[in-house]
Every structure is written in structure tokens, then in C-alpha cells.
Ligand binder design. Structure first.
Ligand SMILES: CC(C)(COP(=O)(O)OP(=O)(O)OC[C@H]1O[C@@H](n2cnc3c(N)ncnc32)[C@H](O)[C@@H]1OP(=O)(O)O)[C@@H](O)C(=O)NCCC(=O)NCCS
Length: 174
């Protein structure tokens, strides 16, 4: 591993725990979100979450968690270009977390999300999770393609949402 806080590595990326200095990249990701994303996941009109709030969230993360989002660091220049990892959800059993990922727009279309998510699936196997879930808006073709490529299967569950797009449920048995 190239970093003490690294959790997984791929050809082009190191996935490591968030550092406080990464809050600015997190805020850019918030700012770049698609307008169809529900309001609670977009920057508010008065600028929340602020940089300081994001820094504080990073400070309060538990360092050894096996359900966590990980910063994706490009090996060539050490820049954080996005994240991938696992989050808790309420649709699976307690040991069946959900995969989540997001990359800076400037980095889209180079296979980075697929590479990172493949490493997250391997990490989930190593930490003995039995099954992973994913939820994705029906309109999010790129994200659905990433799920296909790392082995997820679409289930029959759909949450209808006329305002933001239906949510589809995907599953991967490890
Ligand atoms: C989803 C996301 C992470 C994909 O990142 P990425 O690094 O560009 O993904 P990859 O390059 O690994 O793969 C994207 C795939 O979708 C395809 N794709 C991208 N845009 C597409 C579109 N508009 N229509 C059809 N396919 C599309 C790409 O061609 C590629 O598939 P391929 O390898 O078969 O050609 C990125 O778009 C993102 O950060 N989106 C905002 C956050 C988000 O939606 N996260 C997921 C929430 S469920």
C-alpha cells in the first residue's frame, strides 16, 4: 500500500480513508450534482453543507469501519478524483450494505468508477459481507452500466418517484 490509510488499490487508483483536506473535493462533487438529484443531496441555496461542515464530518468518521466511503486518489498525481465505498441501508440485512460512488465530471468516461467499484466489491468480500445492494435512478445510464460491469443484477424492486426519477434496486451476492 502506498498510504497508511489505504484500503484498496487498482491499476490507476488508491482507495483510502478521507482526510480533512479532501473536504474541498467533496464540496465540488456536491456542487456538480445533477439537477434531478433530490434537494437534500445538493448544495442548499445558502451554501450548506459548507466546507467547514464537510471537514467536521470527515473528522467524525470511524477509522476502521468496513462500511465507509473511500477517497479515490489518482496514482499519477495524488489528486482525489472521486469516491467509492459502502453505506448502510434499510433494505437489506444489517451486513448487506449498499455500494456508492461519484467522480468529478472532468474524470467521467475513463473507466475510473468501474475500476474503483471492482475494488470495493473485493474489499466487501475480504471483510466478509455476504451481499451488496445498489440503488440508482432509472435515468442514470452511466451508473447502471457501472453496476452491470462489476457484476450487479437488477432486481424487480422499484420505488416510483415522478419528481426525481424511479429508483431501481440492484443486488450482488458475494
Ligand atoms: C456514474 C459515474 C460514477 C460513472 O463514472 P465513470 O468513471 O464515468 O464510469 P465508467 O467510465 O467506469 O463507466 C461508465 C459507463 O457508462 C457509459 N455511459 C456513460 N454515459 C452514458 C450515457 N449517457 N449513456 C449510455 N452509457 C453511458 C460509459 O460508456 C461506460 O460504459 P462502457 O465501459 O460500457 O463504455 C459518474 O457518471 C458520476 O459520478 N455520476 C454522478 C454520481 C452518480 O450518479 N453516482 C452513482 C449514483 S447511483
Amino acid at each position: 500500500m502506498t498510504d497508511d490509510d489505504a484500503v484498496a488499490e487498482t491499476e490507476r487508483l488508491v482507495l483510502r480513508r478521507w482526510r480533512v483536506a479532501d473536504a474541498a473535493v467533496q464540496r465540488t462533487l456536491w456542487a456538480e450534482r445533477d439537477p434531478r438529484t433530490p434537494a437534500h443531496r445538493r448544495l442548499s441555496s445558502d451554501g450548506h453543507p459548507t466546507l467547514e461542515e464537510l471537514e467536521d464530518r470527515i473528522r467524525h468518521e470511524s477509522p476502521g469501519a468496513t462500511v465507509a466511503l473511500l477517497a479515490a486518489v489518482r496514482r499519477t498525481d495524488g489528486a482525489v478524483v472521486g469516491y467509492a465505498g459502502l453505506i448502510r441501508n434499510d433494505h437489506g440485512e444489517p451486513d448487506e450494505p449498499e455500494i456508492a460512488y461519484e467522480f468529478l465530471r472532468a474524470e467521467w468516461g475513463r473507466g475510473l468508477a468501474t475500476e474503483a467499484c471492482g475494488a470495493v466489491v473485493d474489499w466487501a468480500r475480504r471483510t466478509r459481507h455476504r451481499r451488496l445492494w445498489a440503488t440508482v435512478r432509472e435515468w442514470n445510464t452511466a451508473s447502471r452500466r457501472v453496476l452491470d460491469k462489476v457484476g450487479f443484477a437488477e432486481t424487480t424492486r422499484v420505488d416510483r418517484d415522478a419528481a426525481h426519477g424511479d429508483t431501481l434496486y440492484y443486488r450482488l451476492d458475494l
